[in-house]
Design a protein around this ligand. Structure first.
Ligand code: GLA
Length: 378
């Protein structure tokens, strides 16, 4: 990919720039907990966005997306926002850097990636983190700290892309470390690296390749439900909520809000349980928690879909240790922790059954836990 980007850059702009990349992510457990001040447990993966960048001496950003074969040019003032959704990610990162007192001047860039789109692997966070990291290096002597880089990406989603997301994806993309998952406390931002190489198991993603584009921003609606319940409990977020507290307000909140909060309360504890289990090498408990998460996301949080529930059922039938929908939901992947000797049968069965029912095979994505945002060697 690097060579292709370099050739394209040279051809288009007649110069050479510096190359940066940042990763997509998986999340072992801790879904929809980040914006509730809870815990998440992600890791960066070997699927990434890469960009070559060079200062161009103008007040314009000129950007070419190789994957979309699309070009866009924009200025750096608020009123210069481009129409194209893909370019708004880069524009947003520029603007959020400037809003924080950072310097951004005109630059040329060519970028490409191999994070599957719409699979729940955070291709957009990879794009944001790649540019946030690069602009910090090129224009700001790396003075902006890494958490602020993650927040630049998150604010880009909020202010330029309409998604009221939490901090998990951008955090994972910026802070990712080879062979490590990271437990992040999304309230204090304290984080800890956990070496992750489960002996005798494989971690595999099955991409359903369906993305249910739902109207009326269901993700933002989930967040609003949680905020309503937290307010009812007199809390800033659901972080400190308990099942008992929730039971006390049951008849003051809608049934839907009640179920959303019930899921979040269980999920934040599951992250801690999974971390403890991993330290003991107890993968059965890890797996059981993953199934519980799936059930909660499907029944209480209602962000699953028929195809993902089906993949989860097949995993259970095949004796997979743990399986669940991963990421924001409404399509995308399941993440599966499977014993090595059951792997081949699981993959073959999932492909065959899913194909029979939905007319296409799920895509098998093997991931390696990798480093996050960095400068590439030329
Ligand atoms: C998306 C958001 C994250 C997080 C997950 C669900 O990936 O970007 O902030 O809320 O959904 O865990």
């Amino acid at each position: 990919m690097k060579e292709k980007i370099k050739n394209q850059f040279k051809q288009r702009f007649g110069t050479d720039g510096v190359i940066y990349s940042s990763a997509g992510r998986i999340n072992l457990i801790g879904e929809h907990t980040d914006y509730n001040g809870g815990f998440v447990f992600p890791g960066a993966i070997d699927k990434y966005i890469m960009a070559e960048i060079n200062i161009n001496g103008t007040d314009k950003v000129r950007v070419y997306s190789m994957d979309m074969d699309a070009y866009c040019e924009f200025g750096l003032n608020e009123e210069d926002a481009p129409q194209e959704q893909w370019a708004r990610y880069i524009f947003g990162v520029c603007r959020e850097t400037i809003k924080r007192g950072g310097v951004v001047k005109g630059f040329d860039t060519v970028f490409a990636g191999n994070v599957p789109l719409g699979a729940g692997l955070s291709s957009s966070a990879a794009l944001e983190s790649c540019f946030a990291f690069a602009l910090n290096d090129i224009f700001n002597e790396n003075k902006i700290d890494k958490f602020e880089l993650a927040k630049i990406g998150q604010s880009t989603e909020h202010n330029y892309c309409g998604v009221n997301c939490g901090i998990m994806d951008q955090f994972a993309s910026v802070f990712g470390k080879k062979d490590c998952l990271m437990r992040l406390d999304c309230r204090s931002l304290e984080h800890e690296y956990f070496p992750f190489h489960p002996e005798g198991y494989k971690l595999v993603l099955l991409n359903s390749k369906v993305k249910h584009e739902l109207v009326d921003s269901p993700y933002n609606k989930r967040r609003e439900s949680c905020e309503r319940v937290a307010a009812k409990l007199g809390l800033e977020t659901l972080r400190d909520a308990t099942y008992t507290m929730l039971a006390d307000v049951r008849d003051q909140v809608s049934d839907e809000d009640y179920r959303r909060a019930r899921f979040v309360i269980g999920e934040k504890q599951r992250v801690l349980d999974v971390c403890d289990a991993l330290e003991r090498g107890d993968y059965e408990t890890v797996g059981r928690c993953m199934y519980e998460t799936h059930d909660g996301l499907s029944r209480d949080y209602e962000v699953s879909c028929e195809e993902l529930d089906y993949l989860n059922d097949v995993a259970r039938e095949c004796g997979v240790t743990g399986s669940r929908i991963m990421g924001g939901g409404f399509g995308g992947c399941t993440i599966n922790l499977v014993k090595e000797d059951r792997y081949d049968n699981f993959i073959a069965t999932a492909k065959e059954k899913f194909n029979k029912k939905y007319g296409h095979e799920p895509e098998v994505i093997n991931v390696i836990i990798s480093d996050g945002a960095h400068k590439e060697e030329n």
